[in-house]
Design a protein around this ligand. Structure first.
Ligand SMILES: *Cc1c(COP(=O)(O)O)cnc(C)c1O
Length: 418
């Protein structure tokens, strides 16, 4: 196999004892591939982030809910967040105990709320209206409230979830109303949480967000925890030398803030974070195949099976993913050229990598879309009646293990009624 442009996966020994060409032959193309060592490393990095003693990492499984991966996260000592009853269901299947799950609900029905209550899972509510609903069905219960302290951050407008122009959380001006509802239904507020947005690369914004949620927390007595949110970023531009988020510096700042605050509060409560992307993005790669090369009006297009049905981020958020290229034959590429790597979906926006300078690509080459572990498979769809790909884990011993089979044609008609 010829590896053109493969520095990132080479450094991490991403493919272990196997290689991308053989993986695609065995499991089909496109294919999601995860590396267990990298996944475990990210889990333990976060688990050991702080010196503050009461700290827990809730993996936000919406980033990647593969059962095998969340079992590994459990093995690494992480807890989990759930955004829906479906996520709760899968997390319980993975062996998480109800007390290890925090249900961060958003505009849910009574039935969905009841589902969490029936399973003994703590729920965080997102509005006064939902706090009232919770009180009506679970008077005297324990509850958490998500606040929106008016600070937001993120890599794209669509993922900024805090701040004055988003749908999330309770406006802190309504603290008196929150207190009134807690009293009315004899609810015990055990925690508050926030999530200001996704993909911060500097710790400063996060710490600011934490400080504002802590100011809010002071208005409530007897909290058991404050959940500071997720959003820890990863460098998507590794080939251009982008630096990693400085976790050490962030940890130093956070530790200071938390120790100081708990002294004032008078109780060493638990602090939680809820990272999704940071845990899983870099442990995932998406392999695809170049099937057609052409030039249209002066632009070179590499046509692949990597449509936005498989990886939606570039189309949804204009996201950048680095790509690598591998070739089964030893035929070299003699020059580089600027290309658009596109998918096979009938929409002109179906571009996975825009205007990239890459070694000349031939039909049959394998394209590796890096850092595709988060918000990859979970956003994949059957659009155009395409089959969602298989998922494979490169285990710690370097072997490939199938952890989700590829869709079949029968899957496409499974739910039809006639
Ligand atoms: C999406 C989400 C997360 C995880 O975000 P990442 O950017 O993947 O870390 C955490 N908490 C909440 C409430 C979310 O909606």
């Amino acid at each position: 196999m010829l590896s053109l442009h493969n520095k990132v996966s080479e450094v991490t020994n991403f493919f272990g004892k196997t290689n991308p060409v053989d993986l695609v032959k065995e499991f089909g193309s496109p294919l999601y591939v995860y590396n267990e060592n990298i996944f475990r490393e990210r889990c333990s990095e976060l688990k050991n982030l702080l010196t503050y003693p009461h700290f827990s990492v809730n993996y936000s499984v919406k980033a990647n809910g593969n059962l095998s991966l969340i079992k590994i996260a459990r093995d690494e000592g992480l807890s989990v967040d759930a955004m829906s009853p479906g996520e709760i269901y899968v997390e319980l299947k993975a062996g998480f105990k109800p007390e290890q799950i925090l249900y961060i609900s958003n505009n849910v029905s009574k039935e969905e709320m009841q589902f969490a209550i029936d399973h003994g899972i703590l729920t965080s509510v997102d509005s006064l209206s939902q706090l009232e609903m919770f009180g009506q069905i679970n008077e005297g219960g324990r509850v958490c409230v998500r606040f929106n302290p008016g600070v937001g951050a993120g890599h794209h407008e669509k993922v900024v979830t805090g701040g004055k122009k988003t749908k999330f959380g309770v406006d802190p001006n309504f603290v008196p109303q929150v207190k009134a509802l807690l009293a009315k239904y004899k609810l015990r507020l055990v925690g508050i949480n926030q999530h200001i947005g996704s993909l911060f690369m500097e710790g400063g914004h996060y710490v600011e967000g934490v400080q504002s949620v802590l100011r809010l927390a002071e208005q409530f007595e007897n909290l058991e925890f404050v959940d500071m949110g997720g959003g820890f970023g990863i460098p998507y531009h590794k080939q251009a030398g982008q630096k990693r988020l400085d976790l050490k510096e962030l940890a130093t700042q956070l530790d200071q803030v938390l120790f100081d605050w708990t002294k004032r509060y008078g109780k060493q409560i638990t602090f939680k974070i809820e990272p999704g992307r940071y845990v899983v993005a870099e442990s995932g790669s998406l392999l695809g195949t170049a099937h057609a090369i052409k030039e249209n009006y002066g632009m070179k297009y590499v046509g692949t099976d990597l449509g936005f049905n498989v990886l939606k981020r570039p189309v949804l958020y204009d996201s950048h993913h680095d790509v690598e290229i591998y070739r089964e034959s030893n035929r070299p590429s003699t020059h580089t050229e600027v290309v658009n790597i596109v998918g096979n979906i009938c929409e002109s926006g179906d571009i996975i990598a825009k205007e990239r300078e890459l070694p000349e690509i031939f039909e049959g080459d394998i394209i590796n879309v890096l850092d595709a572990g988060a918000y990859g498979y979970c956003m994949a769809s059957n659009y155009n009646n395409r089959l969602r790909p298989a998922e494979v884990l490169i285990t710690s011993s370097g072997e490939a293990k199938l952890i989700r089979r590829r869709d079949t044609f029968e899957d496409l008609i499974r739910n039809f009624e006639e």
